[in-house]
Design a protein around this ligand. Structure first.
Ligand code: NAD
Length: 478
């Protein structure tokens, strides 16, 4: 379904994120007819170039990152005709009156801040001063949204000076993933799961976001952040919220976000015995984390695993185990809801523990599978085995792998539609930092040294122990 005509200004339109994700994504929405021919995209960045230069940059970006669509020469020409460019300085006056002359009235006006967060306040102020944005305009801001509670508050305040909360779209691209939205459909669209979704039936929950890449080219940036700030405070926290939240009254922005906020506020502080930090070690010619980060004395974590509790009626006593890291054995992200054992088995000789597990896979092969126990086929008597009921979306819905829109495209279309459900509200972000800050401050105060782990492993042994101590184990990351 096409969205309303829009003018989308991308500040930082020549940057890495714009070239890799935003612009090829918009082209796919153009190809699908969702972005109509009366909409326009205006690049705005410091680079000195004209509209033709920007069109060429976008063509190159589509060729490099656009996948199969990069062959659609005629459509690329039409898309390029919808592009414009302004050379602008976020901190100065250059380019602003030029931009004011280009943005049209009578269409949806959206401004994507794909620049360093230190420029967010300047952009908001100048959009206001030059009367480019109005009360209906939307702004989209990228992570990192602060590095602690204090800086996140300052960012929120600088945006709030010129924009209402209803105009601000804080992107967490994990919320744009098909499976993550499907998690809500599964929970709240079926009678099967919600009655079991509590401490009577759930033993524990595991959230894993494992990457095979190191910090490579962005080592110096990453070294100031670490896995806790870069992944846990935002992405893993959002996944945790969606799994744990109470059913919202409606699938609407503030209803959903209020329920998520309640989860964050109910998170127990994490005891330092329940958290493991790691750094990847050198592996032959493969550099160590410290070499990648160009900081031989770095104490920053490239891996973190933790056990968290939620202080509310539904989840009392159910541990949530979360882990994320770089240079691990595979690129695999999933949420697994591990149900309790059957209290009693009626089948003779069945000593194995059979457990139902609902695994929500974010990658690879986005999909959901439910581990169920059945009889082993054949004449061997009543022997039980566990099999997955696989609901891989691309197979179930017969979609081509690259037919499903990428998280960024989906979220940008939501901005144009004015739907904030999948964007973080300011108070959610602040609450997440309020929970994260004491953990990070504790590490700093204790001069905590991360444990080294082998590249291609599942993280430091202490992370395995975190679950073994409780008589549980991490699911294998294949
Ligand atoms: P980048 O360094 O590649 O690009 C920065 C862009 O900002 C360029 O277009 C540059 O011209 C513009 N810019 C810089 N200073 C400016 C100024 N004073 N006035 C106007 N324009 C200015 O950065 P990036 O990797 O594209 O990241 C952009 C934002 O997105 C950052 O906040 C980053 O943290 C965030 N982000 C990036 C990624 C990614 O994969 N690259 C992922 C998530 C979030």
């Amino acid at each position: 379904i096409p969205v309303d005509a829009f003018d989308l200004v991308i500040f930082g339109g020549t940057g890495d994120l714009a070239r890799r994700k935003i612009l090829p994504g918009l082209f796919r929405r153009f190809l699908s007819g969702q972005m109509t021919e009366d909409s326009r995209i205006i690049g705005a960045a410091r680079s000195d170039m004209d509209a033709d230069g920007f069109r060429q940059l976008v063509r190159d970006a589509i060729a490099e990152f656009g996948g199969a669509e990069s062959k659609e020469a005629e459509a690329i020409d039409k898309f390029a005709a919808r592009l414009d460019y302004v050379s602008i300085d976020a901190k100065g006056e250059g380019g602003w009156s030029d931009l004011a002359g280009k943005v049209r009235d009578g269409v949806v006006k959206a401004f994507y801040f794909s620049v360093a967060p230190s420029l967010f306040g300047d952009l908001a102020e100048r959009l206001h001063l030059h009367h480019i944005a109005d009360a209906e305009s939307r702004i989209v801001v990228e992570k990192p949204f602060g590095r602690d509670l204090e800086s996140a508050r300052a960012l929120n305040q600088s945006l709030a000076e010129h924009f209402q909360e209803s105009q601000i779209y804080r992107i967490d691209h994990y919320l744009g993933k098909e499976t993550v939205q499907n998690l809500m459909a599964i929970r709240f669209g079926n009678v099967l799961f919600e009655p079991l979704w509590n401490n009577h039936y759930v033993d524990h929950i595991q959230i894993t976001v494992a990457e095979t890449v190191g910090v490579g080219g962005r080592g110096s940036y990453y070294d100031k952040a670490g896995a806790m700030r870069d992944m846990v405070q935002n992405h893993l926290m959002q996944l945790l919220c969606l799994i744990a939240m109470e059913p919202p009254n409606k699938f609407e922005a503030d209803e959903v976000r209020t329920e998520k906020l309640k989860v964050i506020r109910a998170l127990q502080p994490v005891d330092h015995h329940h958290i493991v930090r790691g750094q990847y070690d050198k592996d032959g010619d493969e550099p160590s984390y410290r070499e990648d980060a160009e900081n031989p004395r770095s104490f920053t974590e490239s891996f973190v695993a933790m056990k968290v509790g939620i202080d509310n009626w539904r989840w009392a006593g159910v541990p949530f185990y979360m882990r994320t890291g770089k240079k691990l054995k595979s690129r695999a992200s999933e949420i697994a809801v591990v149900f309790k054992d059957l209290g009693h088995s009626i089948f003779e000789g069945d000593e194995a523990r059979h457990r139902n597990i609902l695994a929500i896979r974010l990658q690879p092969n986005e999909g959901i599978d439910l581990q169920v126990t059945i009889k082993e086929p054949g004449p061997g008597g009543m022997r039980l085995i566990d099999v997955p009921l696989d609901m891989t979306f691309s197979e179930a819905l017969q979609l081509e792998a690259d037919e499903a829109p990428d998280a960024y495209e989906r979220l940008i279309m939501d901005v144009i539609r004015g739907n904030q459900t999948l964007f973080m509200r300011g108070d959610e972000v602040e609450a997440a930092w309020a929970w994260t800050d004491p953990i990070i401050n504790g590490w700093e105060a204790r001069n905590d040294v991360p444990k080294l782990y082998d590249q291609g492993s599942a993280g430091p042994d202490d992370a395995l122990m975190l679950m073994h101590r409780d008589g549980r184990r991490w699911r294998d990351i294949k």
